[in-house]
Design a protein. Structure first.
Length: 78
């Protein structure tokens, strides 16, 4: 199991990562990683960034009828 410090260190090294990438790199269940990231966000240590995927055909993922399937969520340190 990873700690908040390990999550922070990995984000510092990589710049930004998705929760699934952090989960795989730290061999920790994704729900636990998401809980840690939410805690870091509440403490003002991390920030969540959402962006459209490069393969988006319409360019309007926020109103996509596919349920924002191509909208990616990244995490980075503040």
């Amino acid at each position: 199991m990873a700690s908040l410090i390990e999550v922070r260190n990995l984000l510092a090294l990589q710049g930004r990562m998705e929760a699934s990438q952090l989960s795989a790199a730290l061999h920790t269940p994704r729900p636990l990683i998401e809980a840690m990231l939410s805690r870091m966000e509440a403490l003002g240590r991390a920030v969540r960034v959402q962006e459209e995927a490069e393969g988006c055909l319409t360019g309007s993922c926020k109103s996509c009828p596919q349920g924002k399937a191509c909208l990616r969520e990244w995490w980075m340190l503040r």
